[in-house]
Design a protein around this ligand. Structure first.
Ligand code: C2O
Ligand code: CU
Length: 502
């Protein structure tokens, strides 16, 4: 994902704010308003946590398979970053990649010039140079970080960012962070080659239900695939992805060589599940257990107990599990519509390890429904009418593999303007036959899901031809990307900017 190409009036200086408040100009990423917002977040004497990162080509061991890729500090996933809410995170990043890069701190309400969108919030960090990220971290929760340049996210460049809550009741005995990923780099074609074949119209998976093959790429299909048919309900529609990957990973390991988590019967475990994939929704279930979902995209919700959770790219869910018995249980992340899965093992006693193709019945059980999510009262926005409402069309053109968010009359993306303090309603209108996980930077919006108290999220699934309304409280000035978290859609144009003006 490179900088956003703005079209229309925006290209030559911003248009008047819609509604005619007079000629206003965009609030720049290091403007006085941004500094003032950071000052309000930064507590005097706040602890500064520092971690150095190096982005570089690396050979990593994906569960017994040596693979050349790009990684942070030589690991996939990269090193977990952990801070307490209210602390300051300081990360010197050395770029040893052959290309320019940046880091985006996905979900964090941070200062705009640390948000990591090249060309919008900072210049790209050139190969061989260094950049120091430093920002206050206001909200607890489960987040992650990744580059915002080209298709780099679809290599090994991603890692968890966990923000602990100093007031956490901590009603659990253990905690596991689970990163899900779809993998091709160094095994199949590189992400850049994948994008090229999609652009060349070789994306065979666009029409066939459950057949999201990587077009024109021989030998990919079935390498790790399973033979069972895809038969369950399809909340994402019939076209779940553009790319069939040779591997699906949980914490950097394929199902044939899974990570093992150990716990004792009766213990309560907090799962922090992160979909770091680029073109894959994962349906997650734990054999023999139910999941009590407590947080979405870092923010608390009224707990709901289900058998399975579906996560789009960029989404996170936290869930509590009480270990039922002594034994070995498969934690399976089914690659929705792709006939393959990632897996880990929960081991609480003796017993045979689950098979690599385990498909616990819970996968087909009660699935968490978007309409039943309710924000915890403490984080729900007060009821109020929006100051501005924007319809935001999501469009695609299969033949040329181009995608848009809020396409203007001249073909580029129109920014969505607001003034600090505004409450803005965005009506995401999917006019395509594919689902899109839509992500807004720098804010945790509230989804208007009909529950009267929809969840606070930063990434929301918009099913094919569906409409999802979200509300944003304009308390973090700057220029913020709004895009599809399918990395190939984003690279093919599916992004715009929520643009503060003043
Ligand atoms: Cu995780 Cu702009 O994205
Ligand atoms: Cu998309």
């Amino acid at each position: 994902m490179t900088g956003v190409a703005l079209g229309g009036a925006a290209a030559g200086g911003f248009a008047l704010l819609r509604g005619g408040d007079g000629a206003l100009s965009p609030v720049g990423p290091s403007s006085a308003a941004v500094i003032a917002a950071e000052r309000r977040r930064r507590l005097p004497g706040a602890t500064v946590r520092e971690l150095s990162l190096e982005a570089a080509p690396a050979t990593v061991d994906l569960g017994g398979r040596e693979v050349s890729t790009w990684a942070y500090n030589g690991m996939v996933p990269g090193p977990e970053v952990r801070v307490q809410a209210g602390e300051v995170l300081r990360v010197p990043l050395r770029n040893l990649l052959p290309d320019a890069t940046t880091i985006h701190w996905h979900g964090i309400a941070l200062r705009n010039d640390m948000d990591g969108v090249p060309g919008l919030t900072q210049p790209p960090i050139a190969s061989g140079t260094e950049f120091v990220y430093e920002f206050a971290v206001p909200d607890p929760g489960t987040y992650f970080f990744h580059p915002h340049s080209g298709t780099q996210l679809d290599r090994g460049l991603y890692a968890p960012l966990v923000v602990d809550d100093p007031a956490e009741p901590g009603a659990y005995d253990r905690e596991w962070t689970i990163l899900l990923d779809d993998w091709t780099d160094g095994v199949g074609p590189s992400p850049d080659e994948v994008l090229e074949s999609l652009r060349a119209g070789m994306a065979g998976g666009m029409e066939e239900p459950g057949e999201g093959e990587m077009g024109g790429t021989e030998g990919m299909e079935g390498m790790e695939g399973m033979e069972e048919p895809e038969e369950r309900s399809d909340p994402l529609g019939t076209d779940t992805g553009d790319v069939r990957y040779p591997l699906y990973l949980l914490n950097g390991r394929p199902p044939a060589d899974p990570a093992t988590f150990r716990a004792r019967p009766g213990e309560r475990i907090r799962l922090r599940i992160i979909n770091a994939g680029s073109d894959t929704a994962f349906r997650v279930a734990l054999g023999g257990h139910r999941l009590t979902v407590t947080h979405t995209d870092g923010f608390p919700m009224e707990p709901v107990t289900v058998d399975a959770i579906l996560l789009g790219m960029g989404e996170r869910y936290d869930a509590l599990v009480t270990v039922a018995d002594a034994g070995a249980f498969p934690l399976v992340a089914w690659a929705e519509g792709k006939r393959a899965s990632a897996m880990a093992v929960l081991r609480s006693g003796a017993g045979a390890a689950p098979m690599a193709d385990a498909r616990p019945a819970e996968l087909d059980g009660r699935l968490l429904r978007p309409t039943e999510l309710r924000a915890a009262a403490a984080v729900s926005f007060a009821a109020a009418e929006p100051d501005r409402t924007y319809p935001v069309p999501l469009e695609g053109e299969m033949a040329t593999y181009r995608w848009w968010v809020n396409r203007g009359s001249t073909g580029g993306a129109e920014p969505l303007e607001l003034v600090e303090g505004d409450r803005v309603r965005l009506i995401l209108e999917n006019r395509s036959m594919m689902w899109h996980p839509m992500h807004l930077h720098g804010h945790t919006f509230q989804v208007l899901n009909g529950s009267g108290q929809g969840p606070r999220k930063d990434t929301v699934i918009v099913p094919p031809m569906a409409r999802v309304a979200i509300e944003v409280v304009g308390d973090n000035p700057g220029q913020w990307a709004l895009h599809c978290h399918n990395i190939y859609h984003a690279e093919a144009g599916m992004q715009t900017v929520l643009s503060y003006v003043g």
